[in-house]
Design a protein around this ligand. Sequence first.
Ligand code: ZN
Length: 258
Amino acid sequence: MSLLYQTTGIVLSRRDHKEADRWYSVFTPDKGKVEFLARGGHKPLAKLTPHLEMVAEVELLLIYGRHYQTVAGVERRRAYPGIYTDIAKLTLAHNAMHLVDIGTREHERDPIIYHMLKDWLEFLETAPELSRERSGFLLGTFALKLLSIIGYRPELSGCLSCRRPLVLNQFRWHALKGGVVCDTCVRTDEQQWFSARPINDSTLKLLRFGMGEGFDQQLRVHLTGEDIQGFHNAIESLIISHFPTIPASSIRGACMAV
Ligand SMILES: [Zn+2]
């Protein structure tokens, strides 16, 4: 096996290490999440790191070491000027990458996540100006799709327990069990479902739309205060119940900070 290999990736996060070094986390189509160290002390690498600081798709030359991987080369493959020049889009791009970073483990190959990340960046690149409310909603839909891919696709159409189709406004939400449960099942086994929370029909529709439709379509949805609040509550509860690491700020809070 060669110690040197080439891969494509999207940078998810970076953190300083000692004085001059920096750790990067990238998502690749063929190896999933990969972490590597860029040694700032080596002169040629000081030239490489700027490519790793931007939202971009990059070609990487990585080297397996005894304890960790290091980077030997970076070429930019696709830049996103429409994202860099818009603080709301840039924040949205970074927040989504942070979710992928904390929602996945290293070396678990998942080309679907890679495609979604690419889709997300291409969408943001050409998207119109986004309000905070719209940004929060979009990040929520990203989180929902990511949850589905990593194995926590919420049940939004039939009852989690009896599997019957839902009757209008006669159901509740149970994040840990992953979706909706009908009122009849909640009454039948209160012990089992005691932590189920109210959720209304229009919030459920918003969740279905967010999960099922592409990012472009999410610009068309009319957002009303009560529904969007319910939408965020449902997604936050899923993240808290199922993510390996819980984000420091809420989905909505992350977009409000812009
Ligand atoms: Zn039921």
